[in-house]
Ligand binder design. Structure first.
Ligand code: ADP
Ligand code: NA
Length: 327
């Protein structure tokens, strides 16, 4: 895939959870092998569309960096950087905002969800999908790994590329989604909701740095139902099916293989099996996160070298944009 460029971003939410790992980060690691030019950005500019405590944000940026490295993002193969360190993101965001209509943004799901009942969020929250388009187009990205929840935002980036190209000639590639194949990981306590960092009960999500004891406890308390066999039926039996999906994803088996292998176990025994599989995956990651967190100087160096490489790609594109516009 010569000429292909992959871009994706993740908010600096600190230590990722199992859903982030299986839904995004794991496939990011694989994409490093498949594409020669891959950019991963810790999107701090996006994170401030909602209130952030400065000290916590600073730590969360480093924790996300440590986590991505520990999960296998290799700074020799990917350009890993902090969004705000490449100011062209914001500059292109302004320009693209001038080609984007208000009604187009008003209909996007995250605005509807996060702006409250009266849709009175900040200007930044409203225009955040424009900045996301700039993130992607600044590198003339061709492929964007996204979760289902981001598909409409990628469609905005595609439309924005087309609008720009129509006006100024064929300039931006229209970026294609690389949809995550993993089904959404659900909350362990409420398997009808997705696993999320914003879960109020601390036992509903598993973090990549959880200890084996934490993991065993959380799976032991996972919500199941009154049937004891292990089957896969996401609508009828969301709790057990979520565990089967997690088990399949961390072990690399298919759902059918997992169900077949678990014949004869009751759900209580099965919880232990899934917990063990998750522990096996996360133990080396946890140790590596701990090692890296103790060396913030190294993490900052990785980010600053990443920003330098990102800027090398961004500057020529941004110069061309300025020229096309008439600056
Ligand atoms: P959260 O939902 O915890 O706020 P983000 O929205 O920051 O997480 O998501 C970061 C990445 O992780 C996105 O690519 C998103 O699609 C993925 N992701 C988040 N939660 C899950 C989940 N429960 N299952 C699968 N992928 C998820
Ligand atoms: Na999301």
């Amino acid at each position: 895939s010569a000429g292909s460029r992959v871009f994706s971003g993740i908010q600096p939410t600190g230590i990722p959870h199992l859903g982030n790992y299986l839904g995004a980060i794991k496939s990011w690691v694989t994409l490093q092998e498949q594409y020669s030019c891959v950019l991963y950005s810790i999107v701090d500019l996006h994170s401030i569309t909602l209130p952030q405590d400065p000290a916590a944000l600073r730590q969360n940026i480093l924790d996300m960096t440590a986590s991505l490295l520990a999960c296998g993002i290799d700074p020799e193969r990917s350009i890993l950087f902090q969004q705000s360190q490449v100011s062209e993101h914001t500059e292109l965001g302004w320009i693209l905002g001038c080609f984007t209509s208000m009604p187009r943004l008003r209909h996007l799901p995250q605005w509807k969800m996060k702006s409250g009942k009266k849709n009175e969020g900040s200007v930044g929250l409203f225009t955040y999908p424009v900045l996301q388009s700039a993130d992607i187009l600044l590198y003339k990205s061709t492929h964007v790994p996204v979760g289902e929840d981001q598909v409409q935002h990628l469609e905005l980036a595609q439309d924005t590329a087309r609008i720009f190209n129509y006006k100024y000639g064929d300039f931006f590639p229209v970026p294609k989604p690389l949809l995550s194949e993993t089904r959404k990981i659900k909350s362990l306590r409420d398997p009808t909701a997705k696993m999320s960092k914003s879960d109020p009960q601390k036992i509903a999500s598993v973090n990549i740095t959880d200890t084996p004891d934490d993991i065993i406890l959380k799976f032991r308390k996972a919500m199941t139902d009154f049937t004891s066999e292990v089957t896969f039926d996401p609508d009828g039996r969301p709790g057990v099916s979520n565990m089967v999906a997690i088990h399949a994803a961390v072990s690399g088996m298919t759902v059918d293989e997992v169900v077949h292998q678990s014949e004869g176990l009751d759900t209580a025994q099965y919880k232990q099996v899934v917990a063990d599989a998750v522990i096996q995956t996360f133990s080396p990651i946890r140790e590596e996160v701990e090692r890296l967190r103790a060396d913030p100087g190294y993490l900052k160096e990785v980010l600053s070298q990443g920003a330098e490489k990102a800027r090398e790609l961004a500057i020529p594109v941004y110069r061309d944009v300025q020229r096309l516009i008439g600056f």
